[in-house]
Design a protein around this ligand. Sequence first.
Ligand code: GP9
Ligand code: MN
Length: 704
Amino acid sequence: MLSRLRAILAPKNLYNKAKGTGPFWTSVTGFFVLNLFLVWLKTYINYHYNFSLGVQGPIQQFLLFLNPIPTAIILLGIALYFRGKWAYILAWVMNLIQTIWLFANMLYYREFSDFLSMGILGSGSSTGNNLGKSIAAIIRPTDYLVFLDLIILAVVLLFKFWPIDKSGLQKRYAVLTTILGIVLMLVDFGVASVDRSGLLTRSFDNNYIVKYLGLNEYAAFNAWQTRNQTNSRKQATAEDLTKVQDFLKQNSVPANVFYYGTQKGKNVFMIHLESFQQFLIDYKVDGREVTPNLNAFYHDQNTLSFDNFYNQVGQGKTSDAEMMQENSLYGLSTGSAMTKYGTSNTFEATPAILGQQGYTSAAFHGDVPTFWNRNNTYKSFGYNYFFSKNFYKDSDKPSYNVGYGMKDKIFLKSTAQYIEQLPQPFYAKLITVTNHYPYEIDKEDTDFPATKTGDSTVDGYVQTAHYLDQAFGELMAYLKQAGLYDNSVFVLYGDHYGISENHKPAIAQLLGKSSVTDYDLAQFQKVPFMIHATGLQGGINHTYGGEIDMMPTLMNLLGVSTDGMTMFGHDLLSQQNQQIVAFRDGDWVTPTYTKYRNQYFDSKTGQRIYMKDNPALKSTAERVQAYVDDSLSNSDKVITGDLLRFDKNRWNFHKINKKNYDYTKADTLKALKSSQTSNPTSILALRNGQSTVSDYKTDAPELK
Ligand code: GP9
Ligand code: MN
């Protein structure tokens, strides 16, 4: 049997023993061509089946077909410079390297609708464990097929079915092959640049780079971009900051005098609703409200509820939402800014600003402190305290955890012991996590019906959202009991989508539509933003905005002057708000037009509109796009150039010294304790040390 196979692959009569050469397909060149075909084939198949690149028209189709070839030629072509078995081994290894990159991106894309960046890979230690957990859940057996050829080729080579061509290729042919690869790459890039100008300079979307240039070029581009960021810090000057601030000044809007300062001095609860989308508000399954507590809160007359509020995150997901919420700076298109710049950069963040107004600040999260580099970034943001998982009793118990961290009900109940010790006024950020992909929930934690779209990653979403809602309800009941309700402002926001665009049929079913358009997908990026305070004049507010606008809106309500602050958002209560919502990839929404995936829609009707028959769209779109591009790139400059380090004496802000912050458990508990006498304004101190923890009621079965 084996010898038959061998005979078919390398028939003796075609094999020249003296020269050590056989038929073409057994030669080094033959092996190179075979690997080239295989790498192209699997990449091209996956372009169609695993990535949604939005390919339109024959030029893009052509580029998609072509773009796996140039780098494959260059990489596999390295083998041609070698002789004998090394040539075969190297070709195989080059196939393997490209396949691993393809495979990793297939999995990553399935969940995040984006490609892996060096930033994400570089943040491996801070996000790796949880990322790994998600990947295990999304892998499909057929994914491994990309390795099938490698296994077969390895067997064929190991058992010598493939006779080694010892003669090798003449050097000049190897060089010519490399040149061919480079020429094809330039052709690809040339055609791509005609179809899409500024592809690399304005690249807000990794999908574009892959669609036009290919997966390997994307990797190289991303690595180059990451290196540039290191250099751009070195090159940045104080003048760069002045330019950014001039741009911000030109686009600034005045606060709303009716609201300005009405919440001065109150505690602030910043409640981060994980993966929570706006469509969940008032949504029902089998006649039951998914989120009755949040719905009541949303419709409360003392709640300002924004119903045209969009998430604006990029690859950094939660961390981008936090970056916007705390700093009014966008995340980066190259991966989490908190992970890459959180440790080293200078920030002028909300906790630090409020800290200088007499506030105590604390962040609470039921996950490990390293995730998204929070343990370092929060110091740069000026958080006095960071209570992460290890601050909570039994937090490692398996039954207390699901998905990415502690179950919300247990987590929020466990925060009470620390909240009651915070000197007032305080700024407390509570980051929930149970409503996180893949939306797992233990049976005993829910009696809520799953949806029946048949998409297993979607159907649990309403159950975990319902659980989050109950946890929120319990927290609010406690805060009322503990006397913290009336003197606090509650800010609630959803950080980003819960259901990615990869689940279109399920999304259509959830929305009760036969199919979804790109306009629907843009709408699907809406998340809740609510501000509630006793006595606040509330109502449903239709102003268009996004996460970037949270900080200025809050600052004005608290009566903290925003003059001189480097913020890219605008107060959503300002009557002169321009209402331009920028997405991280350069798309945008305004009350009139929506640009999504390079298509334009009427924001009110969802009708697709075309520039050629609509001059009004053309002029507006140009103006809006220019603003969006400037806004994103100026924000990027602030982060990549670490420009706030130059912000000297421009306004009344004192820089944070990260060394003054310490989140170890022992020191945190000590500091909290001594604050009870040095600044006795906490609920606990005001009650002469009588704890409120027993006021916290939860129906969490794990705590029974
Ligand atoms: C983990 C949590 C999840 O700590 O904040 O982050 P995400 O995956 O949503 O970006
Ligand atoms: Mn999140």
